[in-house]
Design a protein around this ligand. Structure first.
Ligand SMILES: [Mg+2]
Length: 185
């Protein structure tokens, strides 16, 4: 059976934070820049939960207008080469599926399944690795003994997670794990 990799979208495959920042600024010009977002709930002082989610939905509904990190395609290709079944999983509304699919295809991002819901952790019992920037998701994965890693940001660093500066570094880390498992067989 192939190993399952659960791969996040926002701030994992593309620079969501920069677009989010620009959109929040339109509502509240006092919003600090993303390098100051040192906790997951950074936005709570600056806008209501309704406004926050309406901005996020608005971005997700036009996902196909945005780019990807330069090494995103190569990262997913290499995961495929390592024989992972790739589930691209994002906390977003089902209605954003069309735009999200268009975006995946537009950028030639290889994947096997697309999971959009408010709780991607339902995928965890069957998966081997999780790549995500959310400290809550990484913590939950770690507790279930799943290899959990992601890109490093102010909101997830210094919490003991295995984080990297680029997807290329993440794939190197994952391949070294695969190599050591093979060696110890
Ligand atoms: Mg994310």
């Amino acid at each position: 059976m192939p190993k399952i990799a659960v791969i996040d979208i926002d701030n994992t495959l593309w620079d969501f934070a920069s677009v989010l920042y620009e959109e929040i600024l339109k509502v509240n010009p006092l919003m600090p820049t993303p390098d100051k977002w040192i906790c997951w709930d950074f936005w709570k002082e600056y806008l209501t939960i309704e406004k926050f989610y309406s901005i996020i939905n608005k971005i997700h509904f036009r996902q196909d207008c945005f780019g990807v990190f330069p090494d995103a395609q190569d990262f997913l290709k290499k995961l495929k080469a390592f024989n992972y079944h790739i589930v691209v999983a994002s906390h977003r509304q089902e209605e954003s599926k069309e735009a999200t699919l268009k975006w995946l295809l537009k950028h030639n991002l290889p994947f096997d399944e697309l999971h959009l819901s408010s709780d991607k952790t339902v995928l965890f019992p069957c998966c081997s690795i999780v790549v995500d920037d959310s400290p809550y998701i990484l913590e939950k994965a770690q507790k279930m003994n799943i290899t959990a890693t992601g890109l490093e940001f102010p909101w997830n660093k210094d919490n003991g997670f295995k984080l990297f500066k680029s997807l290329s570094e993440i794939i190197q880390f994952l391949s070294s794990l695969d190599y050591s498992k093979e060696k110890n067989k």
